[in-house]
Ligand binder design. Structure first.
Ligand SMILES: [Ca+2]
Length: 537
């Protein structure tokens, strides 16, 4: 008989969970736990009877908890400033798992992507990189190494006049890299605040050129149906630029024509920056946040119609060409090997008819489905990260921050919870396992699913991100993502049957996460600066 990896207590707990009468009994006992936590978090996550008996779990090990609150401290790699690698982080918008050739897309989507595929050939490609389900939370997570709910940015703000975005208390990726001796620049979409004090150059970047909010507002400019009195009250669709701690000034209107040429301009600016800084005695970091794959999807005139295979194929050709141009400039400047290039996306495809293709997964952004959470992730660092490595080990978006801190010799503050882990040894092929085995899948401030290894427990579900009701399950629906990657058959013979034990580690992971929210209460949406945390410890 195969030896179980779970203790008798854990298995017994799982059995207990499956006994609904017992669960109901516990629910009466546990109601006191749920209400304050709900109120505290303002999160509608604790409704089913499974949650109600969470407190019955006595098997949360101290180690799990410590892992969550452990504050990362990295002494760095002992590299002198000039030896530290440059970093270019290419971040896509609503760009799903199945677009690139190296992820099964490319020619099957009407346009080969040889330049981006080459990045994967030169380094590491993940098949299990997990992001948050919407633009703003995903970007908050990326910039802080923490689940967005902690930062007060669990959802895209409906009212752009709100003071959304990161408080000054957050220690951002560009702040960390600046402190580690990097020059920093951002080009493109921010979507983490459009008020003074919340722009990229208020959050650590030396310079920025781009849009504070999202791409769809380019459709407002020539729209005759927007009344003038309203147009004056909503954020103007325009491109802004600023330098560190300076005032953001308008550059030009962000209209549909500009939308088409946007990514080309961002690419040119990135190449100019590389040319200017390649010979500096300090390393650089560029956050290149592309816009053209977000609606309205309009290829640049020189790519429009070029493949003959439709808009997406034209956009893929355009993107691949731009990435190739950036890589060529690294070569010309003789910094090809000493520059880390990361390619990823903020979330899966949107819900419009011409949306991005999720490949083998199902679902769109604003959902907890795999097509929303799993996006391409490629990182290449020649000579350090082995070429052509591929892994299905769980990685989190927040790992990028903590791993780059390890690369750059950055130091992380010890007064807050980080969700990201240092994955450098894993990426460099020194360890076969990543540091993560759990994904908490938020959709706005609601936990929709908890992934644990290849299993996924779904507590709330929406089919399409906008306009479809949330289905709340009284008992978590469990999928084996090996057997059922499209999350369609939870109750088949090969599915949960015989594997009800899995509910136990899934609930343990959930409980461990909730405990961290209790220890460090999330910053409230719309919090203005100065923010000082109210310590509960
Ligand atoms: Ca997005």
């Amino acid at each position: 008989m195969k030896k179980s990896r779970f203790t008798e207590e854990q298995i017994a707990f799982s059995r207990e969970q499956l006994d609904s009468k017992e669960a109901l009994r516990y629910s009466r006992l546990q109601i006191g736990l749920i209400i304050p936590l709900n109120r505290l978090l303002n999160v509608n996550i604790l409704k089913s009877q499974y949650y109600r008996s969470l407190k019955q779990m006595k098997t949360i090990t101290k180690r799990t908890l410590i892992a969550f609150i452990l504050v990362a401290f990295f002494p760095g790699l002992g590299l002198a400033s000039t030896e530290k690698p440059n970093i270019i982080l290419i971040f896509m918008d609503n760009f799903a798992y199945g677009e690139l050739g190296c992820y099964g897309g490319g020619i099957t989507r009407g346009a080969a992507t040889p330049e981006i595929d080459k990045l994967a050939d030169e380094g590491f490609r993940s098949t299990n990189f997990n992001v948050e389900a919407q633009c703003t939370p995903s970007r908050a997570n990326l910039m802080t190494g923490r689940y967005a709910i902690r930062t007060g940015n669990s959802k895209v703000p409906g009212d752009l006049n709100l003071p959304y975005g990161l408080t000054q208390w957050e220690y951002t990726m560009p702040e960390m890299l600046s402190d580690a001796g990097y020059s920093t620049a951002m080009y493109g979409k921010w979507h983490l605040g459009s008020k003074p004090g919340r722009f990229p150059t208020d959050q650590g970047f030396d310079e920025w050129w781009g849009i504070p909010n999202s791409s769809n507002i380019s459709e407002w400019v020539d729209n005759p149906r927007i009344p003038a009195d309203i147009l004056s009250k909503i954020p103007a669709p325009q491109i802004l630029t600023s330098v560190k701690n300076g005032e953001a000034t308008p550059v030009k209107s962000f209209d549909l024509k500009q939308k088409a040429s946007m990514d080309g301009e961002l690419t040119d600016m990135t190449i100019d920056y590389i040319d200017k800084h390649a010979k500096d005695n300090k390393p650089f970091f560029v956050f290149l946040s592309y816009t053209n794959t977000h609606v309205p999807r309009i290829p640049a005139p020189e790519f429009d119609g070029k493949t003959g295979n439709g808009t997406w194929a034209d956009l893929l050709l355009q993107l691949d060409t731009y990435v190739g141009n950036i890589m060529a400039s690294l070569n010309t400047n003789d910094i090809y090997d000493n520059t880390i290039v990361i390619f990823s996306s903020d979330n899966g495809g949107d819900f419009y008819e011409d949306n991005s293709f999720p490949g083998m997964w199902r679902g769109t952004y604003f959902t907890g489905l795999e097509g929303s959470l799993r996006v391409p992730f490629i990182i290449r660092w020649p000579g350090k990260i082995p070429a052509r490595s591929v892994s299905n080990e769980i990685l989190l978006e927040s790992d990028v921050f903590v791993t780059l801190a390890a690369v750059a010799g950055g130091t992380l503050p010890t007064d807050r919870i980080y969700d990201g882990k240092n994955e450098l040894d894993f990426l460099m092929g020194k360890t076969p396992k990543s540091q993560q085995e759990v994904v908490i899948a938020y959709v706005a401030d609601q936990i929709h699913a908890v992934k644990w290894r290849n299993w996924k427990g779904v507590f709330n579900e929406v089919e399409v991100g906008y306009g479809s009701p949330v289905k709340e399950y009284l008992t978590p629906v469990v999928y084996d993502l090996y057997m059922d990657p499209r999350e369609e058959k939870p109750y088949t013979k090969e599915g949960l049957q015989g594997n009800s034990w899995v509910i136990s580690p899934i609930l343990m992971a959930l409980k461990a996460h909730l405990k961290t929210l209790e220890e460090e209460p999330p910053i409230k949406e719309g919090t203005v600066d100065p923010y000082i945390p109210n310590k509960t410890k």
